[in-house]
Design a protein around this ligand. Structure first.
Ligand code: DX5
Ligand code: ZN
Length: 236
């Protein structure tokens, strides 16, 4: 089953608790975008906010750390009650040590890659990861357009995992909506982050359910070997 992880970046920050309640029953995870104004040109929130939200939700929390010096922030976010911490590969000189520091706190470890960062950077760390997040926009802002150039990268990552017998999640983040969901699932994504498509919708709960339905129908067809694109080609 494909998991949907609503990003609160597009929620109303003046009432985050009420916003999260709208997706609490249907989301699989909650995606928390932490930005420092250095690694990305935007600032959001830190561990204090995550700690407050932790008391209000039972969803697994995944923190997407878009910050320089992520090493300094593992303990504060662990204390705040995160279930998954994802760090950007571009931000760390000592990624293996950083992954160890996440895992020794019994938190799942993810690594995120910007659209232009090649998959070969993952070669020796991949077996240690629970999740790889492929950015499908340049990080920093919500509501940007999906970059279709990342689709082959999703396919290649799936293939890399398959060849090596690894079972990490492939998460995609940025520009995921009812139009792009099929493409990323066909390419191999297993967790879909959605900000504006969920919190910008009149009914965020319905929006999550719709994304899930489209994603899982696509997955079923893929598993059964029915590829909509090839059917369309065959018909033309
Ligand atoms: C962007 C963030 C995303 C963002 C996605 O840097 O990492 O999680 O919220 O937003 P949408 O789904 O609106 O593109
Ligand atoms: Zn994110």
């Amino acid at each position: 089953m494909i998991k949907i992880s609503p990003s609160i970046l597009s929620a109303d920050f003046s009432c985050l608790h009420q916003e999260i309640r709208k997706v609490e029953k249907v989301a699989d995870l909650l995606h928390l975008d932490v930005m420092d104004g250095h690694f990305v040109p935007n600032i959001t929130f830190g561990p204090m906010v995550v700690k407050c939200l932790r008391k209000k939700s039972n969803l697994p929390f995944e923190v997407h750390l878009m910050v320089d010096n992520p090493e300094e922030w593992i303990e504060p976010f662990a204390q705040a009650g995160c279930d998954i911490i994802t760090v950007h590969i571009e931000t760390s000189y000592h990624l293996d040590r950083l992954i160890t520091s996440i895992k020794e706190r019994e938190i799942k470890a993810g690594v995120a890659l910007n659209p232009s960062t090649p998959l070969c950077e993952l070669e020796y760390i991949l077996p240690r990861l629970d999740l790889v997040l492929l950015m499908t926009v340049n990080p920093g802002f919500g509501a940007q357009s999906f970059l279709p150039g990342v689709l082959p990268k999703i396919r290649d990552l799936k293939e890399m995992g398959k060849k090596r017998g690894l079972s990490f999640e492939i998460e995609v983040d940025g520009g995921i909506n009812h139009d792009t969901v099929r493409k990323v699932v066909q390419a191999g994504a297993t967790i879909l982050v959605a900000g504006i498509a969920v919190f910008g919708a009149p009914d965020p709960q319905k929006a999550v359910l719709k994304l899930k339905e489209v994603a899982n129908t696509t997955l079923k067809k893929e598993t059964a070997g029915v590829n909509e694109d090839s059917i369309a080609k065959d018909r033309s």
